[in-house]
Design a protein around this ligand. Sequence first.
Ligand code: AMP
Length: 144
Amino acid sequence: MLVHQILKSKGSEGVFTVKPGTLVSEAVKLLAEKRIGTVIVSQDGETPNGILSERDIVRELGKRGAGCLSHSIDAYMTADVVTCGPDDDAVGVLEKMTEGRFRHMPVMADGKLVGLISLGDTVKARLSELAMEKNALEGMIMGH
Ligand code: AMP
């Protein structure tokens, strides 16, 4: 299973981005409205400057209290973003997410942001692929 197949199965809802300098409270509103766990920080909507996850926000709320909601997200996002490409294999992406202990991976094609896949999307795709392989093997063994 390749990353572009996972993106296709997710449907057409694009990637949500916010610009650097956005307030944490605005990012929280977007995460809640869109029911998502992470947002890409990008000045031009194509190149990621960082990624901000609900975990980053919860950590700052724990450290600084609710005052962090009026701060800019720039200091709280992860600037060193790990990305994948549309032709990468889902298993490699799962390995990178597991090693890096994160659950989201922006997808880049020709240097531009084209999608975002989550750990959940990737596990779901891999499970359905394994189920199909199992059916095919059972069919071969049973001689169907
Ligand atoms: P997550 O598990 O995706 O909610 O994120 C956990 C932590 O990893 C947070 O600090 C995120 O900012 C960071 N993070 C999430 N996705 C990525 C990624 N693709 N590359 C680098 N860091 C990430």
